[in-house]
Design a binder for this molecule. Structure first.
Ligand code: SDX
Length: 429
């Protein structure tokens, strides 16, 4: 659909400029402001990039008003019900659902890249036992560049394809090794006869002293959570990966930067913060006190797992996870009072004018931790789980950018510092 341009006029000079309108296959129209500074001498100011498109992409579409999320056009609800995480990884990476032979070849490649260099385990053993696993992940994933420096040129298509598979395959291995270092257990090596989620559970929880039984309910729940967390267009960590990628940095540095960005409690760190918050609230009788804190501008407390920059409706992932909570906890025979507390908190918040007016709904992080906890993961590993899944999105977005490199990302600023002044000798200060 061709859109008429938007004309802006500078009232100070009476100069006008036609801004072309860019319209994608889905989503809101966007103004191309490329000529704004050159023609009218103005930058645009948009802290937090709330109204700024940083790139074009074919990968993931979100409609925040309608609560829609699609990977390469496929609704998240259908993928959650019918697909698997490895198949979704193929879809996000290559743009189409794989035929059987394509799927098997991809699954084989991912499976046979799960090992890491033994020296990486030595690196992990150097951390203090109580190091936060996200701190370890950011360091260790970045250090993969020290092992693969001969094949990580972002300009080389073969190197890009190999790095993509290596990262997706090795994230669970590294995550499990970080957890086991904390537990004081020996590393459990990947078993290639298992599928992606079974293998990760085995690497996490098996102990040498006895055989480890994979619980199919746990493996299926993990696969679902990984599908739901795989990509989410230009969120903070993905934008970080793209910005680092725009400098020509190697893929391991880009993904390590994404891990660091995801760790923040306003982003992927929220799933850990939600469980800590629910434990802090403790009982439904305390909900009113914490709701008041969440609404108090002078109180830093926020209802973690609530609100979203894009979703001004229910996060479709949160709906799916909330349903899965009941099934998984029932199947596992787990009775977690925190689930009831979370649902009561959601109910009260969604009836509260403060949350209704600001369109604050539960997001992907509100319920996910309850399932992770039921599967035996410690709270400190929750964001690591998010990072394992989001590596597929980060890598897909990095590939898309690397295939059509953009100029280096370099935002400008509004300078409010001191105007020019001369140096004063210390003797005169
Ligand atoms: C993820 O971007 C993505 O796609 C991210 C993600 C992904 O898949 O990659 O979806 C994953 O990061 C989900 C979000 C997880 N974070 C949390 O749950 C942390 C709690 N949420 C908030 O910090 C907040 O809602 C954000 C960070 C998620 C969104 O922040 P925005 O868009 O900058 O919104 P805002 O801070 O401007 O809030 C608007 C208003 C403010 O009140 P007023 O100034 O209008 O009075 O809503 C209030 C905020 O104070 N508000 C909250 C709130 N979230 C927003 N008040 C209480 N509790 C909250 N959780």
């Amino acid at each position: 659909m061709s859109d008429k341009p938007v004309i802006i006029t500078d009232q100070a000079t009476d100069q006008s400029l036609e801004l072309p309108v860019i319209r994608g296959t889905e989503g809101d129209p966007t103004l191309d402001i490329n000529k704004l500074y050159k023609n009218l001498g103005y930058f645009t100011y948009d802290p937090g990039f709330a109204a700024t498109a940083s790139c074009t992409s074919d990968i993931t579409f979100i409609d925040g008003g309608k609560g829609i999320l699609r990977y390469r056009g496929y609704p998240i609800e259908q993928l959650a019900e019918k697909s698997t995480f490895v198949e979704v990884a193929y879809l996000l990476l290559y743009g189409e659902l794989p035929a059987n032979d394509e799927y098997e070849a991809f699954r084989h490649d991912i499976t046979y890249h799960t090992m890491v260099h033994e020296k990486l385990n030595t690196f992990i053993s150097g951390f203090h036992y109580d190091a936060h696993p996200m701190a370890m992940m950011a360091g260790v994933v970045g250090s993969l560049a020290a092992f693969y420096h001969d094949r990580m040129d972002p300009k080389d298509p073969e190197h890009r394809a190999l790095a993509a598979k290596r990262l997706i395959a090795k994230m669970p291995t590294i995550a499990a090794a970080c957890y086991r270092h904390h537990m004081g257990w020996p590393v459990a090596y990947p078993k290639n006869k298992l599928n992606y989620c079974e293998r990760f559970l085995d690497m996490m929880f098996s102990v040498p002293a006895e055989p480890y039984e994979i619980n199919p309910v746990a493996a299926k729940a993990l696969d679902l959570l990984f599908i739901l967390h795989a990509d989410h267009e230009q969120n903070a960590s993905t934008s970080t990966v793209r910005l680092v990628g725009s400098t020509g940095a190697n893929p391991y540095a880009c993904i390590a930067a994404g891990i660091a960005a995801l760790w923040g409690p306003a982003h992927g760190g929220a799933n850990e913060a939600v469980l800590n918050m629910l434990n802090q609230i403790g009982d439904v009788s305390n909900v009113p006190k914490y709701m008041a804190k969440a609404k108090d501008r002078d109180d830093p407390f926020r209802l973690m797992g609530f609100g979203h920059r894009v979703y001004k409706n229910y996060d479709p992932r949160a709906s799916i996870i909330r349903e899965a909570c009941h099934e998984v906890l029932d199947d596992l025979g787990v009775d977690d009072p925190l689930l009831e507390l979370a649902m009561e908190l959601e109910k009260i918040a969604l009836e509260d004018e403060y949350f209704v007016r600001r369109k604050l709904y539960p997001n992907v992080d509100f319920y996910s931790g309850i399932i992770y906890k039921a599967l035996g993961f410690p709270t400190s590993m929750f964001t690591v789980m998010f990072a394992i899944a989001r590596t597929v999105g980060w890598v897909s977005q990095w590939l898309e950018q690397s295939e059509n490199p953009t100029r280096i990302g370099r935002p400008r600023q509004v300078y409010n510092g001191p105007t020019v002044r001369d140096y004063v000798e210390i003797s005169s200060r």
